[in-house]
Ligand binder design. Sequence first.
Ligand SMILES: Cc1ncc(COP(=O)(O)O)c(C=O)c1O
Length: 369
Amino acid sequence: MPRPIEALIHQDALAHNLARARAAAPDARVWAVVKADAYGHGIERAFPALRAADGFALLDLAEAQRLRALDWRGPLLLLEGCFEPRDLELCSRLNLWHVVHCNEQVDWLAAHKTQAPQRVFLKMNSGMNRLGFRPDAFRAAWTRLSALSQVDEISLMTHFSDADGVRGIAPQMAVFQAATCDLPGERSLSNSAATLRHAAAAEVRADWVRAGIMTYGSAPDFPSNDIRHWGLQPAMTLRSKLIATQQLQAGDSVGYGSRFVAPGPMRIGIVACGYADGYPRHAGTDTPVLVDGVRTGTVGRVSMDMLAVDLTPVPAAAIGSEVTLWGRGPALAGQPTLLSIDDVARAADTIGYELMCAVAARVPRHALE
Ligand SMILES: Cc1ncc(COP(=O)(O)O)c(C=O)c1O
């Protein structure tokens, strides 16, 4: 018997969330962002549900190759562009569109021998200070690129640092607009948070949105808003089973470091899931979890292969009971149950992005229709 832990990838939720991105930015085309192996869901597993996207955006050339191997002939965008000059050969061969964010990448293009001019997305650093040309250098980069026979179409792009928060996107939008208002080319501005929160505003409308985390059913601006608010569905369920139960008396402790001490008699369950499965070790007591669809909490420290949960609200639980670490739980009294990855992330002082990307290779993943 394999360990009972598994990750289910919900095709219907992926397709639904992609449709939500379209609805939020109805005039735009949608890149499904599938970097980091589709945020941990697996490119091959997510692809059938996401093939309604207008394109796929990612970082890794090997992942781009995997999408071409799936017979995806549409647009593929390398969000960080080329890492070295010879990557341009693969861009030519696979017809990859790529971000140009620095002068070195323009130099590589200028030296690249190709019969097929390439489409590039010129990236502005409008305030994030990661990748891109500063506004005062943007036009010079555009002018250089537009003189190159290796370049076909130039699109314009930037990335927001605070689309999910109170600072918002206005300062970066103003910078981007001022520096690009008279430049031709398609625009791509919004990530998930900007798509949901700002993309309907006239000045933020653009040709392409880049929908990442929302595609996978995590709210980009949690806890201000949750998936219910945005009409998103969890695309991943991480589930396992109870492999033991323990009856504790007052004063009994649980797990390494005896971090949890029972205040009175209580029953706990031991779940086949630990930090070697990608569950966050820093999730403290009371991190939410469903046992047989009933919401309860973890107790004590998460160990490598196991964690403990309070069975007080679910007295019928026994070895073999289903444990939902996040995602869709079993129906309870005929009603579907759900534990958002965002709730778990908050309890572990992290974000849904990190949890879904961190599910370990040893956890079998299955696509569910
Ligand atoms: C340039 C760029 N665009 C879009 C995204 C997608 O962001 P999100 O997952 O928040 O939608 C990312 C992710 O970090 C990114 O780096």
